[in-house]
Design a binder for this molecule. Structure first.
Ligand code: PHB
Length: 392
């Protein structure tokens, strides 16, 4: 097979890239090791920045989003038994959208296939080759339905997530990883119950952080700060509900319901620099991951491919390589701001139990929350980062 851009991974980054390239008349083929059903049903992050929703709508894949997404004016910060609303609509005239990543993936897969786009699901043994210099032809090798296959392309886009093959294929010494692991994890549930508020509640509590999110009027997505090595077997549904209720005590009543799904999310920050080598470009989680407290994961992936699609367009239309040369630097400026914000939200809201400075840090966190909720300048700073920094 031959194509202009070979894309590894059918997540939001790979699919959106393929979609944007198609709109610019550029061909791509996506390969993905999971099944279509798996990609469409994996529950992931649910919060979308204002401009991402706009981009989906403007590029013709926002019909269902317009009908089904929940549009939020802001978020609540809860501490000292009180919930404080940060009203983004009032502060910065922006909204955020609740629309699960799996819905974005479902919409993009359907749209790409309808337009004749090529996606190969359930491939095995993917590897990327000959992307180093200008001599060779970048090649993606894999097995599909038991048969060895090869895609020859002008460029490879590695959109295959944190555990994918693309990042480890960058030559040793050509890149550096910046890592930060946090001393806690999130235990998340999806439940058949009404969320306690119309919008999200980020709750600071002496027993640990809790987040009250949602997927619908009768569908809650709720998270608890737990130990990073927490054993999920120790958490019966009743124990999860008791702990969520405790951490929301005095703020809102919490209705219980059937738990549909339960899992633990690791908390880690990671950045690859640069996000490119030769004609292999990384985008999304293959290059960087954030702790979920800032709700940035999918949004940063979308920002990467927006920059990358424009760079490819300039190359194929005008042989202009400037955008490709600056892709990594341009993407990383936004990535690091997303990292900074995600780290900041995480350190403000999570309890560190024990240690020399635990007492001081608790008081300092409460002062920070009080400051953010009480100062218009600080509220705006949170709002503009949360709802999405401007795109150029
Ligand atoms: C979610 O709804 O899954 C969600 C929302 C906001 C976050 C993290 C997760 O910060």
């Amino acid at each position: 097979m031959r194509t202009q851009v070979g894309i590894v991974g059918a997540g939001p980054a790979g699919l959106m890239l393929s979609h944007l390239l198609h709109l610019s008349g550029i061909e791509s083929i996506i390969i993905e090791d999971r099944s279509r059903e798996y990609c469409e049903n994996r529950i992931r992050a649910g919060l979308m920045e204002h401009w991402v929703a706009q981009m989906l709508i403007e590029t013709g894949v926002g019909e269902r989003l317009k009908r089904e997404a929940m549009v939020h004016d802001g978020i609540f910060l809860a501490f000292n038994n009180e919930a404080h609303k940060l009203d983004f609509a009032k502060l910065i005239d922006k909204h955020v959208y609740i629309y699960d990543q799996k819905e974005v993936v479902t919409d993009l897969i359907a749209h790409r296939l309808k337009q004749g786009g090529q996606i190969r699901f359930e491939v095995e043994g993917t590897s990327v080759h000959d992307f180093a210099g200008n001599g060779g032809k970048p090649t993606i090798r894999f097995k599909h339905q038991g048969k060895a296959q090869e895609i020859e392309c002008d460029f490879i886009a590695g959109c295959d997530g944190f555990h994918g093959v693309s990042r480890p294929s960058l030559p040793v010494g050509s890149w550096q990883g910046y890592d930060r692991v946090y001393p806690f994890g999130w235990l998340g549930i999806l439940s058949e119950s009404p969320p306690p508020e119309k919008e999200l509640i980020y709750a600071y509590h002496e027993r640990g952080f809790a987040l009250f999110s949602m997927r619908g009027a009768e569908l809650s997505r709720l998270y608890l700060q737990v130990a990073p090595d927490e054993d999920i077997e120790q958490w019966s549904d009743d124990r999860v509900w008791d702990e969520l209720t405790t951490r929301l005590q005095g703020v809102r009543p919490l209705k219980r319901g059937k738990v549909l799904q339960k899992g633990i999310t690791p908390m880690r920050s990671y950045v690859t620099e640069p996000m490119q080598y030769g004609r292999l470009f990384l985008a999304g989680d293959s290059a960087h991951i954030v702790p979920p407290t800032g709700a940035k994961g999918m949004n940063l992936a979308m920002a990467d491919v927006r920059v990358l699609a424009r760079a490819f367009e300039a190359f194929f239309r005008k042989h202009d390589t400037a955008g490709l040369e600056t892709y990594s630097a341009t993407a990383l400026r936004r990535v690091w701001k997303g990292q900074r914000f995600s780290w900041w939200m995480t350190q403000m809201l999570h309890r560190v139990h024990g240690g020399e400075y635990a007492g001081f840090d608790t008081k300092r966190q409460l002062a920070e929350l009080d400051y953010v909720a009480g100062s218009e300048a600080a509220s705006i700073s949170l709002a503009e980062n949360y709802a999405g920094l401007p795109i150029d």
